[in-house]
Design a protein around this ligand. Sequence first.
Ligand code: AP5
Length: 208
Amino acid sequence: MAIVVLVGPPGSGKGTQAKAVCEHLGGVPHLSTGDMLRAAKTAGNLEQGWVDLMASGGLLPDETVIGLIEQRVANDDCAGGFLLDGFPRTVPQAEGLARILGERKTPIEAVIQLDVPRELLEERLVNRRTDKATGQIYHLVYNPPPAEAQLVHRDDDRPEAVGRRLEAYETMTAALLPFYENIQLLRRVNGVGKPAEVTERMLSALSV
Ligand code: AP5
């Protein structure tokens, strides 16, 4: 049973690294609250106020995302563990997660924080494109997409929304890191370098 949390600012590479980490943990599912919310939007199941809030770079209410995760981890595929990406982001979300995991009697194994300086994050986000058919994440310069990819540019990757997301991370998530540091779960990983180098650092942080 492995439950691992990925924390890091927007554009730090959480989505890019998730597949390798899930494989390393024995094929556990990748639970990204951002992906879940975007899927709900595409299916027409996300109310317009939340769609607009996401597009502008704001965070959804804690109880909304806690409810989403509580439902998702009750599925059978999560019985052997899971990788959380983008959740929790605030102390109340971390407390909600602790309650959910306490009921299952399954503790968090590690919280990996990806560190990337702000000037690199903006450049990564405005050049990000995702293939809507495969979910594969590309960067127009560092990891250019193939010609056949069906590219989408996220609404919240526009420069004005990127600024708001980075500020939300700095203010709200800043309190989250001491929360996990105090209970000796936090492991900091340098997220700068080639994606494969970052993967290696993350896997060795998990082996400690
Ligand atoms: P979410 O989807 O979680 O977005 P995020 O946390 O802002 O993270 P990103 O997906 O933008 O970045 P990433 O770290 O995954 O980077 P990636 O690997 O793609 O959340 C979106 C929104 O949903 C939130 O703003 C909020 O509204 C809502 N939401 C979600 N969870 C919530 C919660 N818990 N509470 C409240 N609201 C919530 O990489 C980025 C780019 O960099 C790509 O182009 C990639 O190719 C490139 N790249 C990656 N690694 C490298 C590298 N090593 N070198 C060079 N380029 C790289």
